[in-house]
Design a protein around this ligand. Structure first.
Ligand SMILES: NC(=O)c1ccc[n+]([C@@H]2O[C@H](COP(=O)([O-])OP(=O)(O)OC[C@H]3O[C@@H](n4cnc5c(N)ncnc54)[C@H](OP(=O)(O)O)[C@@H]3O)[C@@H](O)[C@H]2O)c1
Length: 247
């Protein structure tokens, strides 16, 4: 489980542990991971291991893969992700590189590391956390939306490739959710009304993940309607409407 030190990842970890799963929690903040791990262990009695690592670096991803060399990983939840709010031309270069490295490269590399074992055993699953931002361009969070469109496309393709082999693949697409995400993105008051809770999003994701079904679940009825708008609204108009919301 990546990005497990808070927000949606922490809630997904809690939900998996409530179902009896042992966990490996990954994020950068060792202290927060320790606190989450001890709380989950106390409440659910499952084994929880923490692996602090910066997944925006190649070394960080290597460390996680190497540390789990002898561990049977049945489920990968690739949840860690960051956004940046503002016009792309003003986005700092290092933030661009980190965002692509975390949202795309780490997710792909971890999937490549653990999916083959799941397929060989004929059991398990990969849940990626995309976003409703994946369904249309997101001016003022241009790169973020593009990384989530990547995650959605990648996950849907894997869903088809792995069908009928005992492995569940799902992209969880939350809409605006009350976590630390917006502070980290630099858009603290952005889309404040009507955010879902992380617990609610995790419940929707885990329910869909536990059932056979399609490659994608959008969290929340209103988000599901908005995420399907791209089917009916011309792309240019959709992009202008998206810009008004994102700004
Ligand atoms: N909140 C929303 O409105 C929303 C909507 C749609 C999709 N999402 C997606 O949901 C996922 C979880 O976000 P959230 O809302 O729960 O945000 P969050 O509360 O900010 O959590 C992000 C998690 O990712 C970890 N992380 C960040 N950078 C990392 C790095 N370089 N290496 C390893 N871990 C890193 C953070 O831990 P550390 O800081 O300790 O590393 C934290 O555990 C993300 O993929 C996000 O894009 C969020």
């Amino acid at each position: 489980m990546t990005g497990a030190s808070g927000g949606i990842g922490e809630s997904l970890a809690e939900g998996l542990a409530a179902g009896g799963a042992d966990l490996v929690l990954v994020a950068r903040s060792a202290d927060k991971l320790d606190a989450v791990a001890s709380g989950i262990h106390a409440r659910h009695g499952v084994r929880v291991r923490v692996l602090p690592a910066d997944l925006a670096t190649a070394d960080g991803v290597d460390e996680v893969i190497t540390a789990l060399d002898d561990t049977r990983v049945d489920v990968l939840i690739a949840n860690a992700g960051v956004g940046w709010h503002g016009t792309f031309a003003e986005q700092p270069e290092d933030g661009i590189v980190q965002q692509i490295a975390l949202n795309e490269t780490a997710l792909v590399r971890l999937t490549r590391a653990f999916l083959p074992g799941m397929l060989a055993r004929g059991v398990g699953g990969v849940m990626t956390v995309a976003s409703t931002a994946a369904f249309q361009p997101t001016p003022h969070m241009a790169l973020y939306g593009a990384t989530k469109a990547f995650v959605l496309s990648f996950t849907e393709a894997l869903w088809q490739e792995t069908r009928g082999q005992g492995v569940r693949v799902l992209a969880l697409c939350p809409g605006p959710t009350a976590t630390g995400f917006f502070d980290a993105a630099g858009g603290g008051s952005f889309l404040e009304g009507g955010r879902q809770s992380a617990e609610e999003v995790a419940r929707v994701g885990l329910r869909a993940f536990s059932r056979a079904g399609g490659p994608t679940v959008v969290s929340g009825a209103r988000n599901a309607v908005l995420a399907s708008a791209h089917r009916f609204v011309p792309r240019g108009l959709m992009t202008r409407m998206s810009a008004m919301v994102m700004e």
